[in-house]
Design a protein around this ligand. Structure first.
Ligand SMILES: *[C@@H]1O[C@H](CO)[C@@H](O)[C@H](O)[C@H]1NC(C)=O
Ligand SMILES: *[C@@H]1O[C@H](CO)[C@@H](O)[C@H](O)[C@H]1NC(C)=O
Ligand SMILES: *[C@@H]1O[C@H](CO)[C@@H](O)[C@H](O)[C@H]1NC(C)=O
Ligand SMILES: *[C@@H]1O[C@H](CO)[C@@H](O)[C@H](O)[C@H]1NC(C)=O
Ligand SMILES: *[C@@H]1O[C@H](CO)[C@@H](O)[C@H](O)[C@H]1NC(C)=O
Ligand SMILES: *[C@@H]1O[C@H](CO)[C@@H](O)[C@H](O)[C@H]1NC(C)=O
Ligand SMILES: *[C@@H]1O[C@H](CO)[C@@H](O)[C@H](O)[C@H]1NC(C)=O
Length: 468
């Protein structure tokens, strides 16, 4: 934090630099906002939706003379309750507390001396796990409804009534809330919802790993286990050391600490920011270590960390489909359709990024150290209700004729433009766009279009068989 004096010095400097009348002078609250660290934006793929920060050098909006001709949206489901792999750890935390009510209700030096952030264990008579599993939360419903409204307002001249969703309850429900926001309360009589089953053996770009026999969740989980053994003991030691003078014999395990971290994230996912008893228990760097765990998991199970080239291969199913929509010379998809809505998962988005070679780091060590400038960041890429949008743009040079129009492509990830210049091999453009034909002829896109299920490349990555 800058001192008051240097802050006002900086403010007057900034004023001098931004002498154009369009920029307001930074108020105190803006200074604070720009330096404040927001916990719920560091919960990886368990963060509630927020617009991703715009990367340095890029700007929102379209290049001059461009308009949006087509949008393909990959929409992650909204905030939800814990999944089955997580709930047991959270339940064990509450069992430990409830099996030790004598201990927690009798702090050795009285309640007044307890560390403030743990006072709830005494005052509330403990803590219970009240999460259900898998279901979309109220926050999640709002995220999707509000995205549906936003999407209508952002692309008022485009329209569709066709919705495609992966066959999982929270994904289908997300599509429905979005549809209500997008089409209004009679959406059910106008909209057409196609559900692609999420079962093994069903070919789907929403869950492409379901047809990859050799794909394993443990590819990510093993990295997580390695990192957990580095960062969780540090936290359990600190917390036990803090509490033992008050609660002699207290012994929160590393797994209990993991449960506290998940409880923090899911309290926010279910009840909103500020609602959690557990979040204040952690230091900033501890939350950032948890964030890295989530990054490692997603990168390892649905990204560059997958073995045998599975990552780029699996995302190619979507990229192949996208190519058909974007390429006027391919007519398989409906050429009159201007909006494509796919309701999906964080995993879908991560695999597409991997196929396109985006957000790629050279190293991603499972023992740390954590690179604060790493590119693969699930908080920015796949928070709950994440939106990935491929925009086909029609652009004319200023005063140009219709024949001279050029097609370009823009990728928005949680409303922030992604720089496509390296992928396309073109010069940098401040909105991240590149000419459509350069995108379609880029190596990753050409490679993705060559993938055929069951061909030698598929078999060498996924094995034979169809995921069964
Ligand atoms: C919960 O605790 C029980 C008993 O200690 C243990 O067997 C089980 O593996 C734990 N579950 C998880 C998910 O850690
Ligand atoms: C005590 O812990 C066990 C598992 O270790 C659990 O089954 C039981 O429900 C717990 N008791 C309470 C009161 O939570
Ligand atoms: C947790 O649940 C137990 C068993 O239902 C109950 O006795 C206890 O009061 C609850 N604790 C809190 C903090 O809600
Ligand atoms: C979109 O299409 C549906 C179905 O044809 C129609 O009911 C709705 O009014 C359209 N919305 C807009 C804004 O064009
Ligand atoms: C409309 O309602 C029916 C029956 O409840 C359901 O099967 C269908 O999926 C709904 N359509 C949409 C777009 O949600
Ligand atoms: C805490 O629990 C762990 C695992 O159950 C055990 O190995 C350790 O000895 C315990 N520590 C204390 C101080 O009770
Ligand atoms: C694209 O998606 C549609 C709708 O799910 C499907 O029918 C088609 O086979 C897909 N195309 C490719 C190339 O995956």
């Amino acid at each position: 934090m800058p001192t008051l004096k240097s802050a006002s010095l900086l403010a007057s400097l900034a004023l001098a630099l931004t002498s154009t009348s369009t920029l307001a002078s930074p108020s105190n609250t803006q200074w604070r906002a720009s330096t404040d660290w927001v916990l719920e934006q560091h919960l990886g793929n368990l963060s509630p939706y927020f617009d991703a920060p715009v990367a340095k050098g890029l700007s929102k909006g379209l290049p001059q003379g461009c308009e949006v001709e087509q949008v393909s949206l990959v929409q992650r489901h909204g905030s939800r309750n814990p999944i089955s792999q997580e709930i047991g750890t959270i339940a064990n935390l509450s069992y430990y507390i409830n099996n030790n009510t004598q201990l927690f209700s009798n702090p050795k030096w009285g309640a007044w001396s307890l560390p403030e952030e743990f006072l709830f264990l005494y005052q509330d008579g403990g803590w219970n796990n009240t999460f259900v599993t898998d279901d979309l939360s109220a926050t999640g419903r709002r995220e999707l409804f509000s995205h549906g409204v936003d999407f209508r307002l952002e692309y008022p001249s485009l329209n569709t009534t066709r919705f495609v969703a992966g066959g999982q309850d929270r994904v289908v429900e997300s599509a429905q809330w979005f549809a209500a926001g997008y089409l209004g309360r009679h959406y059910n009589s106008t909209a057409d919802l196609e559900v692609i089953p999420e079962t093994e053996g069903v070919v789907s770009y929403i869950t492409p790993m379901d047809t990859c026999t050799e794909w394993k969740y443990s590819s990510g989980n093993d990295l997580v286990t390695a990192w957990d053994s580095v960062y969780l003991p540090r936290i359990s030691k600190r917390i036990n050391r803090l509490l033992r003078p008050h609660y002699p014999g207290v012994n929160f395990t590393e797994s209990n600490v993991h449960g506290m971290l998940w409880a923090c994230a899911y309290d926010i996912a279910v009840k909103g920011p500020g609602s959690s008893k557990w979040c204040p228990v952690f230091r900033r760097h501890e939350i950032e270590d948890f964030e890295y765990e989530l990054d490692l998991l997603m990168r390892g199970a649905f990204g560059y960390g997958l073995p045998k080239g599975q990552g780029p291969l699996l995302g190619s199913l979507y990229v192949g489909n996208l190519t058909e929509r974007l390429d006027d010379s391919k007519t398989k998809d409906d050429p009159s359709q201007s909006v494509y809505l796919d309701f999906a998962h964080d995993t879908t988005i991560d695999l597409i990024l991997t196929t396109l070679g985006l957000a790629k780091d050279d190293e991603y060590p499972s023992q740390g150290p954590v690179d604060p400038a790493r590119k693969w960041r699930t908080s920015y890429q796949v928070p709950f209700a994440a939106r990935m949008e491929f925009l086909k743009l029609s652009c004319s040079s200023e005063g140009g004729k219709k024949e001279e129009e050029e097609k370009r492509i823009q990728l928005l990830l949680n409303k922030a433009p992604v720089d496509l210049s390296e992928l396309c091999g073109t010069s940098f453009e401040p909105h991240g766009t590149c000419p459509l034909n350069r995108f379609l002829n880029s190596k990753p896109v050409l490679e993705a279009n060559k993938v055929v299920q069951g061909d030698p490349r598929w078999v060498s990555a996924c094995g034979a068989g169809n995921g069964l």
